[in-house]
Write a new protein. Structure first.
Lengths: 242, 242, 242, 242, 242, 242
């Protein structure tokens, strides 16, 4: 990921404040309809949001001659991937949607936390759920499964382009995940989306107020001219308050 | 829905007191086996029951030339459907089981609440889950998804017969939804089922007591003659107490 | 099940202390990769673990001429199966993964509790969720559905080999189910797995400590010689403490 | 199957002349909507129809400790089932819709032919397709797969009630399979359906003629009074011709 | 469909000469990625192409109180839809991907042929396959099923926007179906695609020749400048020959 | 693939003579149960077998910003993969089971033929079926689809480990595909399986003869001592004949 163009300094902080739903709408505006993963959901309701640059892992289906317990200690295993991952990354795991085995358990999660990982997104399950909760990293996954990865999957590499939950993820893309699920922001679009998304959310805050006060959605969202004018006034007033 | 025969005055209040499981059994008694939707589950565990007449919405798969952001403001959009819906209805959304996009978010939910909508049943996901919780209407759906409807669906009309979760729903059918899921009561059967269901539940309350006291299920439920006699006595005693 | 070789006296108590994830790993060590069911998840987050010998039930798809309400009272119904089940068993239900009907509701659960049943594992849904919670047995299933079994299934027998969640279950196999899901231990392997599993968990407890203190996973789990030596010391110290 | 009431002598010959589509309609008339299997299709386009009494086989998911190559030679294997099957039966295999392994290959098919088996219906695949074609029995299945059964399934018994393609099949039920798929006739309904089905087909032959001559379907099928009168005449004329 | 803008006179004849694959590429060029149905395949390998304007039918899931045999003769049935359909249309059936019942059999097909229907596209199965073959209309569908529609579906209307095989279809859209499947051309794009597609196919004919003569695909398709020049020459030569 | 140990000279010729079913059984004997792909079937019934070393291609889900028509001509496209492939390889395409787009059409197939490719195995569809038939290479795939790859997939590289039809494939593994489907032989096992498989088939030829002459399968396959003795004699006789 060393060759990637750097993100603007406030891109990640801004994206950390906006919802996956907002980001998804910003992406559709730019012609990207396939950005929201199907499969990963929050492991725990209260675990919080997860925003950061993707570090990708890739699995293929298991075959009994290679997906052995010995493979866990071999060169090129997921253990090496964890050590290769810089701090402050979101680990994105392409588990091919396989639900018969878990790619991570509490021991690997504990190490990931020590290594500064922000959290996990996977289209497969995790294991040792009780232990994972104690580690305390946000995990978006397809529930839990008792078997270790080798029961159904084999690890083949990291920092490659992958698919996760039906969406393409390239190393360095930005993940925004919350209760609505995980959305992938192409790295090249991250700066402009981070710039525009807060304004969208501000307008939606205004629109929600109006709707709760009795305005119909039509004319309010998307706004007609009168709503836009009212918004300008509302925004000016709010800015003045600060 | 103007031409529909009115329901008996106590039909909805009675159905509000009985479970989806009871209603499903009453329907099977009348030859209706396909009444329980697959897909919609409670968005929040404690959100409560949802009982009322259906107001239907219909989506088809999205196509990029029509499912645009502009379509949200166009005539015939879901915004018009919301305004056309009378108060005290359950909005039933045929989302074709599509999980890649959400048909409703917090802004539309807020307006629905203002309009007197009782709650939502959809075989697709919703978005802005955090905001939807604040609105506080009961929502039965297929989880959450960040993308807005146009990412995968296109709205085509309201108050038509639809399918939802694999079940036929006609405008004016009665929805009974609780933790066991959403069941559709054909309007023509609603009065008689509302009349019979409370008695079924009363008997089941009795049967549960007996079973907890050590009676085997066989002979108790369904009841043999001795159980029926005991039930008559129990019921008479309970009636006398009141 | 009368002809089955008895389990060692401490097999069930030991398995009651270890996780489904640990058991799954022990099974893979012995060449069994297909042991974890797909489908059954805990009905309630806090319901606790379920460990015991399986008593199996078998359903086939419903046909309208046999799957009638009358069949509930007939000889050979699920009511007879419940009475035939010895105490301290886990009821394992082969519902063929059918989600359109529930095989059990609160009345049957209440009787099962009276009969000393330990809990339920099914690859289909249950009904009367509110009532089931009050009964208080641990239930691992595929969510909830309002319709009774005859809406989609027909009961055909008990204590036969079955499939559940894609895994073979023979009467007398041992079930270990927790938040990670339900795992089936072939009866012939139960004693040796119960003997080995606690040691695996003890080592993992040690490994977790080391990882939280900064050790990389590589060399720690699976352990290299240095880790093994450290573990021996740690174990000796812990034993001395007691 | 020895206790089953015998079928009327012309039941099977009559059913051999009518289509699966006709039989399905006759079943719906009698309240049976779940009679057509999903999964089994003709292995070869020109293989012809298959009509006869069901002899059932049952598989569960494989487990590595029991689904071994040695199990093929053990007591209670599919080899014993084949020898236990009377001549002139249709073998119906409950393969649980598993597509990762085949329950039958050319050697078993060859033996089935020698034993007088009429043909095969399975909701899983077969193997050795080239060899099976040479045997020449009609086979309705879910395509082909190279692995033998033990790769994914384990045989557990015969002549039990089973599910196949989502439909209940009891030993002695009658199978009618053609290009439209395989339909199960409950044994108790076989005589009356065999009595009525030919007349339905005769009327449909008449209706098709009328439609090809320009009659609209409405009024022709289902018939109005004029069509019924015309049919009576047509039938009388046809009878006279013979 | 009476208000629809007419197609250019040579639009349908031109589309009749180009492949579904070509049309799909032309649509992607114009931003339409969701145009190819999943589900409908040719019923018979040699049945030929199907090109024409869509006339849509819509089904919802069956419910036992309305999906009766009597409904076949009622007002608003599929029989009325057939009579309402103008000649030279492609009937597109939204069967919701349901595979448990067939929406059409040989009698309806026979009438459709008399009425001048060009062929059928459905995301569900048909029945009476043998009879349908004799009628001789091209049918793109999801295989065959013995049961009539009411076993699983209920007809609710025609000439509405529908979904078929995961794609939106509006009355008057143009269907292009061949061995590669069925593609929907939005009516508003039909003229320009019909204008451009033949040229695309001509170039591909040239490119195939070049590749068979040893040219690598790179530089040939998509073409570089040298290839474009060669193509101009080739085209001029071909035009001169005619 | 340059570092791979060479196969024994007669490994590929021997595997070219044995069936996928035989190879699958040989793999199970060696502990490999996951070797047969689910998804790829012969595109044409009479296309013949396909045996050779795998050259792998990998796709991920499409994203609108990268999966453009321009990407077809870019560095690292599938066009480069084709040129990088040595002659006499089987191209194995990991299309992630995606059925909404085709990874190959007639132009690429034509080039593959010129380049000496033996045939194609993919868990997704192909397009231009009519043109592909004229090229004449054996193709095992998931049917046909009109859209080009970019409608749903994005090409990311070649000669990496991939999954195809649920099975791991490493560059240099050996593919054996026939009417029963495609089986993957781990390269390290190819020599010994090629050595043993013909003998298995010879014995099966003998067993089939015996069964057709009236021997039960039990005792014949797997063979008991008498059968083994008879086989020795049969083999000796056959050897003598040559």
């Amino acid at each position: 990921m060393t060759d990637l163009a750097p993100l603007a300094p406030d891109t990640l902080p801004r994206l950390a404040e906006v919802s996956a739903a907002t980001v998804s709408m910003q992406l559709i505006k730019r012609g990207i309809r396939r950005s929201a993963m199907r499969g990963p959901v929050p492991l725990d309701p209260g675990q919080g949001r997860l925003v950061g640059e993707a570090f990708t892992l890739r699995f293929i289906p298991a075959r009994e001659d290679v997906a052995t317990r010995e493979s866990y200690g071999a060169a090129g295993s997921i253990r090496d991937a964890i050590e290769a991952m810089p701090a402050d990354r979101v680990m994105v795991i392409d588990a091919r949607g396989e639900t018969a085995a878990a790619t991570l358990g509490d021991l690997l999660l504990a190490r990931l936390k020590v290594r500064g990982c922000l959290g996990i997104v996977s289209d497969g399950p995790v294991r040792d759920v009780a232990g994972i909760r104690q580690v305390g990293l946000p995990v978006f996954c397809a529930g839990a499964a008792a078997p270790p990865s080798i029961a159904a999957l084999y690890f083949v590499g990291w920092e490659q382009p992958v698919g996760c939950g039906g969406v393409a993820v390239f190393p360095g893309d930005v993940i925004v995940a919350d209760e609505d699920g995980a959305v992938v922001v192409p790295r090249a679009l991250a700066d402009e989306i981070a710039a525009d998304a807060p304004e969208q959310e501000r307008f939606e805050r205004f629109a929600l107020e109006r709707i709760q006060q009795g305005a119909p959605v039509k004319g309010t969202y998307p706004p007609d001219e009168a709503t836009l004018a009212a918004y300008e006034a509302w925004r000016a007033a709010e800015d003045a308050e600060e």
